[in-house]
Design a protein around this ligand. Sequence first.
Ligand SMILES: [Zn+2]
Length: 106
Amino acid sequence: MAWTRHGHQIPGTNLDPAQPRVARCGGPSLCKECWADVQAWGVFNPKDKESEEKSPSFEEELRALINKHSLENMSGTPDFILAGFLQNVLTDWNHATRARDRWKGN
Ligand SMILES: [Zn+2]
């Protein structure tokens, strides 16, 4: 798996419990630096890029689902921003539950 310099998952790679700390930059859909890392990763890993093209990432599928149900209309927010936001909520949730488990000694 691969991460951007701000700790966001690069689409098409697997999630890992050892995910680095994630910056609140919005990830590849909003952050130029994360997007550049995704592009660079694709250039240096063309085989993995092929598999990315075959199966959309969670964020891409989420974006399509938001679009399908016109959920962007409620707030006037583009689907890619909503999908990135929801992806970040899940990532933050994972970090919070891991922090809680460490605090509990699990
Ligand atoms: Zn970033």
